[in-house]
Design a binder for this molecule. Structure first.
Ligand code: SF4
Length: 183
């Protein structure tokens, strides 16, 4: 029987190499779209819509927890001056990874991982460290990854082009949106 993994999915582009790689490694993937950092709600819906399209085409389930942007803003309010990859991003990433680990523990899924390591904008060491911390908090094994490597980004671009998937131009939160507007 294949091992199950609960995969935190941040967007469809990053989900492509992550789902592909995990399946190639023999895992049965369950998606988990926990992203209360994304704002506005229309953007959240837009990203989720294409994750559903991929899940339908590639035949894997996706769980959708409560979308709670207010709690994200409350947790990061004092960190609004932080640059990207700074303390605010650690709080954000840890919130999504610990929620995924907690859900995996509840569901009896022994492993969890995140699509965040498919992004070339992210720091792999930080993400994998936060994943290990979340895993040890909930007693679920975190699968360290670097989904952007070994052709992951090429695969993502090809599948996204073929299927006409949406490519966002900011990370997701109100702070990254502000930076994109001011650029
Ligand atoms: S820039 Fe990205 S990782 Fe950092 S807080 Fe915003 S949404 Fe989260």
């Amino acid at each position: 029987m294949r091992k199950a993994v609960l995969l935190h999915i941040c967007c469809v582009i990053d989900a492509i190499p992550a789902v592909y790689t995990l399946r190639e490694s023999g895992y049965m993937v369950w998606g988990y779209f926990h992203n209360s950092n994304i704002i506005p709600a229309e953007e959240y819906e837009r990203r989720l819509y294409d994750v559903h399209r991929l899940a339908f085409d590639w035949d894997f389930p996706v769980l959708i927890p409560l979308y709670d942007p207010v709690s994200f803003l409350r947790n990061t309010r004092s960190l609004w001056r932080e640059p990207e990859k700074g303390k605010r991003c650690e709080v954000c990433i840890y919130a999504n990874l610990s929620a995924t680990a907690s859900m995996a523990e509840l569901m009896g899924i022994p492993f969890f991982a995140t699509t965040l390591t498919a992004s070339r904008h992210k720091d792999l060491d930080i993400i994998n460290r936060l994943g290990r911390e979340a895993g040890s908090r909930y007693g679920v094994k975190y699968l360290e990854s670097a989904f952007r490597k070994k052709g992951g980004q090429v695969l993502a671009s090809r599948v996204a082009r073929e299927k006409g998937f949406y490519r966002q131009n900011y990370c997701g939160c109100v702070y990254s949106l502000r930076e994109r507007i001011m650029r």
